[in-house]
Ligand binder design. Structure first.
Ligand code: 5AD
Ligand code: SF4
Length: 475
């Protein structure tokens, strides 16, 4: 290794899938960097291309294979390039990955991220192709802190923190329990230490991650649960906002609902997948709650926190879903009026229970239902956003807006994107904006008078603005 030049040790990571994968990739970047490799944002400069994959729906898997085909062309030009595939699809396909994509040198499963530098070394030493898809009792990479590594890579003030991994729910359509293994929670002291370190690096907002964060604490030797963890995190000074994802309706206790009224730093937003509005379908999915249970939880959340934003996941065309069942899904949507909805067409996943279910819904019908559902949701998103026009909201500023670099963008506590005109110095600060426009995917806001710039608990207090360029800041 010692004789290699710097350029040989550059790696590039391509991430597919959920926030959990984004965070796993951040941890992988740390593992590689610690081992003396250098991350590059430009794949053309990389000798090691690592693709972190997702297997939740077949469409994502197809996309990954096409992308791997593009990376293959890279390798054809430079045979020294190593292609590694990790995460859920790698776990799912295992050795078959080498048959389906024979140019891949390295396959690492969901529990093997900490082994990647050694596996890369093995490939370089000529021992490839190599594979590690063992599901372990302990996941060594679970506790790797991304403090000091620029948070999620996009902003300096938001970071993802894994609090638990795996899933024991076995919804009949889902591959996650097979690919990510049994549910495990991290000790609370370790999580608190990580968040304190992140806050010292300037992180203001954290998102707690897990397949089912509500069941946090199960199986740990300490007496804890998710509301207790939230209360501990709420006490960390200098931290401004707490979010979490994903929640399971069956584990949403009254204690957790009450956290929304009680804990000041907990943002007024919950992502609560419902998947289907018909009890018959929910039973076949093994979801563990009824339509009535779900709606009761929504009522309780809104009683506790009237302004809470609610988003969810839903699926159409699950085997056996009749037109009547589909109507029940639309009716549930009408009742709740979600702020945002992630909607999917059922996709059959090898190894899951639902593969054996009869009464498959034809693709054309699944497409038709998805389109109807998405049109309804667009109307609801529009209505929920329009209701904010004229209101004042607190926005944590992310930085320049993607569409117009002259503008700033940030998120409300309810997780809505707001674009507005303001000076770059506001990046990482919380400001109060008046909402002047609402669209499907974002809001428009205006800074309240400069004196009203609100910098909650930040070390800097913005006093006022003489001109758009001059801002007085008191340390
Ligand atoms: N088909 C379609 N959607 C799925 N999801 C999970 N498994 C499948 C599948 N087999 C969706 C669920 C879940 C989200 C992350 O992905 O709605 O909440
Ligand atoms: Fe999959 Fe269900 Fe677990 Fe979510 S709760 S990861 S849908 S098995």
């Amino acid at each position: 290794m010692g004789r290699e030049n710097f350029a040989d040790r550059r790696f590039f990571i391509h991430t597919f899938g959920c926030q959990m994968n984004v965070h796993d990739s951040e941890q992988l970047a740390n593992i590689m960097t610690e081992a003396g490799y250098e991350q590059t944002p430009d794949v053309r400069q990389a000798k090691i291309i690592l693709v972190n994959t997702c297997s939740i729906r077949s469409k994502v898997a197809q996309k990954i294979v096409s992308q791997l085909g593009r990376y293959r062309r890279w390798k054809d030009k430079d045979p020294e390039v190593i292609i590694g595939v990790g995460g859920c699809l790698a776990q799912h396909w295992g050795r078959d990955m080498f048959t389906k994509t024979p140019y891949v040198d390295l396959v690492f499963g969901t529990h093997a991220f900490h082994e990647v530098p050694q596996l890369v070394d093995m490939v370089r030493a000529g021992h490839g192709p190599v594979m590690d898809t063992e599901l372990r009792e302990e996941i060594p990479s679970l506790g790797i802190c991304t403090a000091g590594k620029n948070g999620n890579g996009k902003t300096k003030h938001h970071s993802l923190v894994t609090i638990m991994q795996g899933c024991d729910n076995f919804c009949t359509y889902c591959v996650v329990p097979y690919l990510r293994g049994r549910e495990r929670s991290r000790p609370s002291a370790e999580i608190i230490r990580e968040i304190e370190a992140l806050v010292k690096q300037g992180i203001r907002e954290i998102t707690l991650l897990g397949q089912n964060v509500n069941s946090y604490g199960r199986g740990l030797p300490e007496e804890t649960n998710f509301p207790k963890l939230l209360a501990m995190i709420n006490d960390i000074s200098e931290l401004e906002r707490i979010r979490f994802t994903t929640s399971h309706p069956k584990d949403l206790t009254g204690g957790l609902v009450n956290c929304f009224g009680r804990l000041k730093k907990l943002c007024e937003h919950i992502h609560l997948p419902f998947q289907a509005g018909s009890d018959r379908v929910l039973t076949r999915m093994n979801r563990g709650y009824t339509r009535k249970d779900y709606l009761e939880r929504i009522t309780a959340l809104r009683q506790c926190c009237p302004d809470i934003a609610i988003s969810a996941d839903v699926m159409v065309g699950f085997p056996g879903e009749t037109a009547y069942d589909f109507d029940a899904t639309l009716a549930l949507m009408e009742e709740v009026c979600f702020d945002n909805l992630f909607s999917f067409m059922y996709s059959e996943r090898e190894g899951t229970v639902a593969v054996s279910f009869g009464e498959k819904v034809p693709e054309k019908e699944r497409n038709r239902r998805l389109k109807i559902l998405q049109e309804l949701q667009d109307r609801h998103t529009w209505e929920r956003n329009q209701a904010l026009v004229g209101k004042d909201v607190d926005v944590l500023v992310d930085g320049a807006s993607k569409n117009d670099p002259q503008e700033l963008t940030g998120r409300t506590r309810t997780n809505k994107i707001v674009n507005f005109a303001g000076p770059p110095i506001l990046r990482g600060k919380t400001v109060t904006l008046n909402i002047t426009g609402a669209y499907l995917h974002s809001l428009r806001g205006e800074l309240k008078s400069p004196a009203a710039i609100n910098v909650h608990k930040s070390p800097e207090v913005i006093l006022g603005r003489k001109s758009p360029e001059v801002i007085l800041v008191q340390k």
